[in-house]
Every structure is written in C-alpha cells, then in structure tokens.
Write a protein that binds this ligand. Sequence first.
Ligand SMILES: C[S@@+](CC[C@H](N)C(=O)[O-])C[C@H]1O[C@@H](n2cnc3c(N)ncnc32)[C@H](O)[C@@H]1O
Length: 237
Amino acid sequence: MTSEHVPARPSERGLVSPVAPARALGWVTAPEWTAPAASAVDRAPLATLEPLQTPVDEGLIEVAADLPPGKALDLGCGSGQNAIWLAERGWVVTAVDLSAGALAEARSAAGAAGVTIVWELADITAWQPASRYDLVVSTFALPPRGMGRGRMLDMAAAAVAPGGSILVSEFDVALAREGRMAEKYLVSTEEVERHLDGFRVNRSRTRLARHRHGYEEIVVPVATVVATRRTDLRSPW
Ligand SMILES: C[S@@+](CC[C@H](N)C(=O)[O-])C[C@H]1O[C@@H](n2cnc3c(N)ncnc32)[C@H](O)[C@@H]1O
C-alpha cells in the first residue's frame, strides 16, 4: 500500500471508533481501544433528563425595576417563573395558560417559593380579564397570526390600567427571513405597536438574546415592546 492509500486514522477523521471497524479498515492498534464504561448519564433515556430551567425574562426584570408593585397579569405563563418572580416582589399576580400541565408545574413551583398566585386555565385568545392591571406581561406566548393573535393583543392592551405598563416579547420576524421559523409564529415590534393605541411606547426594539426553553438554549432575535397607558387621554371604558 502506498502512502496515498493509507486510510486516515479515526482521530484524524474526528471519529472515535471501536476496534472492530478499525480492524476492517486494516489498522492494528496497540493497545486496543476499549469502550469506557457507560456513565449513568449515558444510560439515561432522554425522557429522564431534566429540562433546562427557563430563566425570569430579562425584559421583565428591567421593566419591573422601575415600578412599584401592584396588580400583574401574565398571559401564557408557562411554568410560571415570571409570575413567581413578580409575586416574590410583592405583586398580586394572575397568570393564565391553556396547558394544565404547565399550570400544575407553575403551581408547584409557586408553592415551593411560598407565594400565592391566581392561576387561570384558559385560552388567551378568548379569555377576558375581570379587572385591569398595573402590569401586563406576555413573553414568548403570542398565538400564531390568524389564530386569535389580534384579539389577544387587543385584550392585553385593554387589560392595562391607566398609567399601567405592558411588556410583549416574542421571537422576531427576522427568523423567518433566515428560514428558521414560519412567519406566522413570529412578530415585529410594529405589529405589537399597532395594538397599543393610547399608550406611550417606552421601548420597541429587536435584539439578539439567549433563549432557554425545554432542552435547548438558542441565540435568537427577540422583539420586545414596553409601553405605558397614557393617563392624559379619556379612558375607553
Ligand atoms: C414558550 S411558552 C412561554 C412561557 C412563559 N411565558 C415564558 O416566557 O417562559 C408559551 C406558553 O404559552 C401558552 N399558550 C400558548 N397559546 C396559548 C393560548 N392561546 N392561551 C393560553 N396559553 C397559551 C403555552 O401553553 C405555553 O405555556
């Protein structure tokens, strides 16, 4: 065999190969490679791995830092980390989600944190709040376009008390341009702003953010709008 025909060794090809395939390729290794004993993690089926904890939303931390605690509404609260964080800071929180599983997880986390939250099992495209809130939050929970998103954003805006604030964060429409997600699941800051008649927009931006959810952590463009209901306009109610 000339040097041109010598196959690359496994390490040169980025592979860690067991002995048998190496022999088939004509390598003689000494000492022979033996597979390390599988660790507990190697043997664990995927379903037993713990999902990553979704952190409290950075935009929420920024917004709430400037506000005295009051009444807050979390729309599409998921496992409840934002609602719990607010309740721990003295907010009286109502949190809504249509997933009974997510609410059960959230309820248990709130119990462990020692806070009380009003949990509502409901579809935010049809749900109507019984009162108004000093802070309304929707993070990564917008319904797809054409499936009640407009109704939900109108309801969220109407739920803000005069002088109160709203925070909406969602994956930015730029992701569709990159072909990474269908456009109907994404949002632009302009789309959110169109539902904020009678508000002063304090922040409207898209930025790259680290997003952790389920089993993965990704860096994605996130659209965030923060606005305050003006008090110098006649209330629509
Ligand atoms: C990606 S998770 C985000 C959860 C949380 N807001 C966060 O930032 O971690 C989206 C959540 O919205 C909820 N959701 C989606 N559509 C909904 C709807 N129409 N009504 C109520 N909840 C909804 C899902 O059940 C899920 O818990």
